[in-house]
Write a protein that binds this ligand. Structure first.
Ligand code: PMT
Length: 408
């Protein structure tokens, strides 16, 4: 997993309670560490029946604490230090017993003491078998904790250790990480800002079976949406064709054609603070779509399809901005195979953009489908900022840094 700027050097307390899902928490500890966080794990007594502190120390490179550490005499009240220094606390799995302790302010072990001392956001990831989750006592405790501002992630539906199927499975580590990005990001620069992002390619139907498409995977747009979530934004992601998983916390709208994307973008961006058009929108569509699959006969030699222009979405947004307030900032992309800067500059001005991200899509390590991109940022004031080859996630960080300045 790549380093995630949001997690870099963040102190995260990861509490582990006594449930079979504790073995999955080791994977979560590893993911958080790879993302750049400093993870301090605390195991309850019952958690150590399922997994040892050595496992967590190995994946985090930091000491993993147990109740024995609560009575250490060689450290100054470690639980207060941990509570004070934490940027985020995650308790996964959070058992019914620990939820009850937290709801009633009980503090009789290292984890509950640290949780009581913590001043950072706390994420609870419940996991319990059978009917324990639906038990009135558990539900009342969870509701009490929600009302106090605790963030509850899950539980998921599925098969549990007892063989029962129902609500009680711990969410998967990747989803807990996504949830944590939303919680941690909420305190960042874009908190309260509404950002619309488009990604992926459009499909322009020729008949019920065939369409004209392009090679866009959606990676660059999804990376921008994820980076915006990390900065606390309210993100709407309008997606053409893409198989990528939706970043946690994003509102996803799926469309097919340029026409549908145009309608969705205009509706979503009217009250938005920013629009980032990373989607590969077709410039042409079939003049007419056949109602039935176009059949070839033994004499068929060729097939002519008349193409006409699709709506120019950024042009429509420019006209909308002139009549309404939104979006305050528009950022476009330019996918070129020649005359990169000239073509990008022309689009920057003709579409009334605040910034355009120019990428040479003929390069094998940039543009469509690859994980890297080589872009030049051109702004309306004439600034030109060429960036070296980097991951699309890093490009997204640069784009959002520029967006932050434009939104000021
Ligand atoms: O999705 P990936 O596989 O990660 O690939 C990333 C990408 C190459 C698709 C991305 O970096 C990119 O360049 N996206 C823009 C592709 C594109 O349509 O560029 P364009 O130069 O044809 O269009 C210029 C701008 O106008 C773009 O912001 C585009 O979204 C927008 N547009 C295009 C056509 C249209 N009818 N309406 C539009 O608003």
């Amino acid at each position: 997993m790549d380093m995630i700027p949001l997690f870099h050097n963040k102190h995260i307390v990861l509490g582990v309670c006594g449930g079979i899902a504790a073995y999955k928490t080791a994977d979560l500890a590893s993911k958080l560490t790879q993302a750049g966080a400093l993870v301090d794990c605390i195991l309850t007594e019952s958690a150590t029946k399922f997994i040892g502190p050595v496992t967590f120390a190995a994946v985090t490179g930091r000491a993993a604490l147990t109740d024995a550490d609560l009575w250490r005499t060689d450290a100054h009240v470690p639980h207060v230090q941990l509570g004070e220094s934490a940027d985020l606390t995650i308790i996964a799995p959070a058992t019914a017993n620990t939820l009850a302790k937290l709801a009633h302010g009980q503090a009789d072990n290292m984890l509950s003491v640290v949780a009581l001392a913590a001043r950072c956001p706390i994420i609870l990831v419940p996991a319990m078998d059978g009917g324990m989750w639906s038990n009135a006592a558990t539900q009342a405790n969870v509701e009490t904790l929600r009302q106090r501002g605790f963030n509850v992630c899950g539980p998921a539906m599925g098969r549990m250790a007892s063989g029962l199927v129902g609500a009680g499975r711990m969410e998967e580590p990747a989803d807990i990480l996504g949830f944590a990005r939303v919680v941690l990001g909420k305190r960042s620069a874009f908190s309260g800002q509404k950002i619309v992002v488009t990604a992926g390619g459009t499909h322009e139907a020729i008949d019920p079976v065939r369409f004209i498409g392009n090679r866009s995977s959606g990676k660059q747009g999804f990376a921008i949406a994820q980076a915006a979530i990390d900065r606390g934004a309210d993100v709407t992601l309008i997606v053409g064709a893409s198989a990528l998983p939706t970043p946690f916390g994003v509102t996803r709208i799926n469309v097919e054609s340029a026409q549908q994307m145009c309608e969705a973008v205009l509706a979503a961006s009217r009250e938005a603070d920013a629009l980032v058009m990373a989607a590969a929108v077709a410039d042409f569509q079939a003049a007419s779509q056949a109602d039935q699959k176009i059949k070839k006969t033994k004499d068929t030699v060729d097939l002519e399809v008349k193409l006409v222009r699709t709506p120019d979405i950024l042009q429509a947004v420019k006209e909308q901005r002139e009549k309404t307030s939104g979006p305050r900032v528009t950022i476009g992309f330019a996918a070129e195979t020649q005359n990169l800067l000239a073509n990008a500059t022309s689009k920057l001005h003709s579409k009334g953009l605040d910034l355009i991200i120019a990428n040479d899509v003929s390069a094998s390590d940039a543009g469509f489908a690859v994980d890297t991109n080589r872009v030049t940022l051109l702004d309306a004031g004439g600034g030109v900022e060429p960036l070296p080859i980097m991951s699309k996630a890093q490009v997204a960080e640069h784009v959002l840094n520029r967006l932050a300045a434009l939104l000021k």
